[in-house]
Design a protein around this ligand. Structure first.
Ligand code: RAM
Length: 340
């Protein structure tokens, strides 16, 4: 009788544990903040969606802040207010690598766990950076696309986001370094890096100016989802022969992707912006729980995303890398345009 009762209790608890909430649920009860680069950018909204979902799956509370402008100043006032609120962690897509240092070190000194995602803060102002893909890998994919789309030589230009954006600047530097390291890129001439500040109208204007100022331009590379969407519209509306590549959201770029003259962009790259938000949340929770400190070699479980390892980053800090960049072209854009 007693045996039956014990096995019944054991059975129930085994079944209950099969359906139990994720292991993190209790550990993760806390308040986890995300500061994106700016409001009004669909990429940042996807990032926030993933962050929020993961925090809620862990049983925590997410505080999502989209600053009004893509500037360090706008982010500093958000950081100050999160310090006063006493959140457990801040995960930030940095609009400037150095300008946030004072505010973020103050946050860390007050016991808040700090990591960056998407766009890194400097190594002294974070425990770890959550990178969407290896910086050199992104640079390699982009410069090879430029080489391919120019046909091996000729003028190309960049439409970037803000001039201080750590991620865009890192990808641009990677493209330049790779182009200088191998003779096969010697025929490429980078004529200008233009900044659209992740604002659609400014990105449209700078694209237009590039077309006016460089009549021999062959390719524009926009390593920003806002810039590439604006440039695509300008080029396609004007039936320009200039070809476009870069980093774009499939949902915004589907109508511009194609192999023929009617389409501006033969192919582009990205990663899943929802997943970068999720990984930012799991990294924040692992820091808050003390499972990691941000040292290279540490590993942690990012919920249902699985195991991740912290590695050395190029800036003397450390990072966690989501995965390789993914290529979107006419063969797969249809599958992805409704996803993100
Ligand atoms: C823009 C932002 C973001 C970047 C993507 C590719 O939306 O600048 O930081 O990661 O493009």
């Amino acid at each position: 009788m007693q045996k039956k009762l014990i096995s019944a209790i054991l059975g129930v608890s085994i079944v209950a544990s099969l359906f139990a909430a994720p292991v993190f649920a209790e550990d993760a009860a806390g308040t986890y903040a995300l500061i994106t680069k700016s409001a009004g950018n669909p990429y940042n909204e996807k990032e926030a969606e993933g962050f929020q979902k993961a925090v809620e799956a862990m049983g925590g509370k997410a505080v999502i802040q989209h600053p009004e402008a893509a500037t360090a100043d706008a982010q500093i006032s958000v950081i100050q207010s999160l310090i006063s609120q006493g959140v457990d962690s801040i995960c930030i897509a940095a609009n400037d690598s150095n300008a946030l240092e004072a505010a973020l070190t103050e946050a860390m000194a007050s016991g808040i766990a700090v990591c960056s995602l998407d766009s890194a803060t400097n190594a002294d102002s974070r425990a770890v950076h959550v990178n969407q893909a290896g910086t050199m890998e992104v640079g390699q994919a982009l410069i090879d696309a430029v080489l391919d789309l120019t046909g091996g030589e000729g003028q190309w230009a960049i439409v970037s986001a803000t001039s201080q954006a750590t991620n865009q600047n890192a990808w641009i530097d990677a493209m330049k370094a790779i182009a200088e390291s191998d003779d096969k890129y010697a025929g490429l001439e980078l004529v200008e890096v233009a900044y659209g500040d992740d604002e659609p109208q400014k990105s449209t204007d700078v694209t237009q100016a590039l077309l006016t100022n460089y009549p021999d331009l062959k390719v524009i590379c926009a390593p920003t989802t806002v810039g590439i969407a604006a440039a695509a519209k300008v080029l396609q509306d004007q039936k320009s022969p200039v070809k476009l590549t870069g980093l774009g959201l499939p949902s915004e770029m589907a109508e511009y992707i194609g192999d023929d003259d009617a389409h501006a962009c033969p192919y582009m790259f990205l990663w899943n912006p929802i997943d970068i938000g999720r990984l930012g949340a799991y990294t924040s929770a692992a820091l808050v729980a003390g499972d990691i400190t941000g040292e290279a070699g540490e590993t942690f479980t990012a919920g249902d995303m699985g195991e991740y390892e912290i590695v050395e980053a190029a800036d003397d800090g450390t990072e966690v890398i989501l995965g390789p960049p993914f290529k979107f072209d006419p063969s797969n854009i249809g599958e992805w345009k409704d996803v993100y």
